[in-house]
Design a protein around this ligand. Structure first.
Ligand SMILES: Cc1cc2nc3c(=O)[nH]c(=O)nc-3n(C[C@H](O)[C@H](O)[C@H](O)COP(=O)(O)OP(=O)(O)OC[C@H]3O[C@@H](n4cnc5c(N)ncnc54)[C@H](O)[C@@H]3O)c2cc1C
Length: 289
């Protein structure tokens, strides 16, 4: 469990980090919290010649609200997200998700940008960001790109991020009106990666019907994805038990889990239904206040 030799730099600002990534394109990797990258290097599944440690890069680890958008820095730790009162009061789903990641040590060092760039199909943030209709901001020496979270996660451990880019920010629109969200995660032990996870954020109109909805699923496809068929069932509907069960069944139909040490595919499909029902009920309860 010893990684191959590598060089290490710790640039002082974003410009310098981006220049180095461009110069060493293809053989350099960004190092953020290190909780996903270093284990891969120890297993020799990743062998970068250079690590570009971005922990001294300022301005990309905070959480701000600008108008109706939350801006979360790519280097914001899970703990910072967990403890941000402004974010947690408007989008309690963010607090819930951060609280369920790993243990205190992982939450202190692991970052949302690292999780999103790594794109483990069982990681929690990718599905949640799709449920929230978030956008992902990446920068290179050529400038900035803003990519919708839906479309960013291409395959297991594959995203739309290029080797010379740094994920600097995640933008989450503040839902209008009566909105509620919930993330329900089935895990073998507290703090484990998800066996199945369902993220929901929905908004109720003045008539009590669902006027906006996002549903994201974890660990039941090659990458986290938006359960668009389930969203279609609920959009415009009264969020009663029948509609909730219909949407959860649609989420399960859209899922493609594999059989592994977490259980057979059939079990996971049943758990998609159950986790989606729970997430929808909790989101409706929060929206109704
Ligand atoms: C024991 C354990 C339990 C865990 N439990 C959970 C869990 O329950 N749920 C969950 O979702 N996750 C879990 N994780 C993963 C944890 O959340 C990691 O912190 C996260 O996946 C990676 O973040 P990091 O900052 O450590 O990234 P790193 O390991 O530093 O980097 C990961 C990858 O992303 C790239 N990268 C990092 N930051 C950027 C950036 N800003 N721009 C571009 N590329 C970047 C790196 O080059 C690397 O390829 C767990 C990890 C461990 C070790």
């Amino acid at each position: 469990m010893i990684p191959p030799a590598f060089d290490y730099v710790r640039p002082a600002d974003l410009g310098e980090a981006l220049r180095i990534l461009k110069e060493r394109e293809g053989d350099a990797k960004v190092l953020s919290g290190g909780y996903s990258l270093l284990p891969l290097m120890k297993l020799r599944l990743a062998q970068p010649a250079l690590l570009v440690d971005i922990q001294d890069v300022g301005g990309i680890d905070g959480i701000d609200r600008t108008g109706n958008v939350f801006r979360i820095g790519g280097r914001a730790t899970h703990r910072r997200i967990l403890e941000d009162a402004s974010l947690g009061s408007v989008l309690p789903i963010m607090r819930d998700v951060a609280a369920g990641i790993g243990d205190p040590q992982i939450r202190n060092w692991g970052t949302i940008g690292g999780s999103v760039a790594h794109a483990d199909p069982a990681a929690d943030w990718p599905a949640v960001l799709q449920a929230l209709h978030a956008s992902i901001v990446v920068q290179s020496v050529a400038g900035e790109r803003v990519v919708p979270a839906r479309g960013f996660f291409i395959d297991a451990f594959q995203t739309g991020i290029e080797p010379d880019e740094i994920l600097t920010e995640i933008r989450i629109p503040v839902p209008a009106g009566r909105s509620g969200g919930s993330y329900q995660k089935l895990e073998r032990r507290a703090g484990d990666f998800s066996t199945v996870g369902a993220a929901v954020q929905l908004t109720l109109g003045s008539d009590g019907r669902v006027s906006a909805i996002g549903i994201g699923l974890t660990a039941v496809g090659d990458a986290a994805f938006a359960a668009t068929e389930a969203e279609g069932v609920l959009h415009g509907a009264e969020p009663g038990d029948e509609a909730i069960r219909g949407a959860a069944a649609a989420a399960s139909r859209q899922s493609r889990p594999g059989t592994d040490s977490h259980g057979p595919a059939e079990y996971k499909l049943a758990m998609v239904t159950e986790m989606t029902v729970r997430a929808l009920r909790a989101a409706v309860a929060r929206a109704q206040g």
